[in-house]
Design a protein around this ligand. Structure first.
Ligand code: SIN
Ligand code: FE2
Length: 211
């Protein structure tokens, strides 16, 4: 039995079919130093898009495969094109977090091989897109938010027309699965927090089973 009055308790919300939110699920004080380490091996960089733009977020990866995008489009690569080395390995704390979060959403045997790390300074957003380059869409996307809050937008089956907005705070984990797995989604510009003026960044990790 979980203690109803414990601040450790996870608040699980099934926001819509296939969309599960675990409030304050991840301990970001444990995760952030690991991200700093990954950044020293494979630095954050602004990836390109097939449209010839650069992404507003900067990104890196850990795991056997890294999500990478440039003028050839989005795909999974074994090596970081910047360092020409394998992406940093996925820390076991990351992997366990993703597996346990998937389990909370009712998905057993999730075995993530890829973790994309995105960095959002204040003012930076992410446009509407689908995550659709993975082999098997029966595996979820497990998304962990750190630092400044953001408003996650669900557009649904089409690129535009906001259907749902979800506030993602530090430590929140969002799972997109089943009917929501291929929904278009994006992130509104990250805002400063007047109560925490020293906080200037948001990080997000998305875990996938790409292959
Ligand atoms: C993404 O969809 O790739 C990022 C999600 C987020 O930053 O919350
Ligand atoms: Fe995405």
């Amino acid at each position: 039995m979980s203690d109803l009055f414990s601040d450790q308790q996870t608040l699980k919300q099934v926001v819509a079919p296939g969309i599960t939110l675990l409030k304050r699920y991840a301990s970001t004080t444990e995760l952030m130093p690991l991200i700093q380490q990954i950044k020293t091996q494979s630095p954050l960089r602004h990836m390109g898009t097939s449209m010839g733009h650069n992404m507003r977020v900067s990104s890196t990866n850990c795991g056997n495969l890294g999500g990478y995008s440039d003028d050839l489009g989005y795909r999974y690569l074994k090596n970081d094109p910047l360092t020409q080395q394998a992406w940093p390995s996925m820390p076991s704390a990351f992997k366990h977090l993703a597996i346990n979060a998937a389990m909370e959403a009712g998905i057993l045997n999730f075995n993530p091989d890829s973790c994309l790390i995105n960095h959002y300074p204040i003012g930076i957003s992410m446009g509407s897109h689908q995550d659709k380059e993975e082999r098997d869409f029966s595996w979820p996307i497990v998304s962990v938010s750190m630092g400044l809050s953001a408003v996650f937008q669900i557009f649904g089956k089409t690129r535009s027309g906001v259907e749902l907005e979800i506030l993602l705070e530090d430590g929140d984990v969002l799972i997109l699965a089943g009917p929501a797995r291929l929904y278009y989604h994006g992130v509104k510009p990250v805002k400063a927090d007047l109560m925490q003026p020293n906080l200037t960044d948001r990080y997000n990790m998305t875990f996938r089973q790409a292959r």
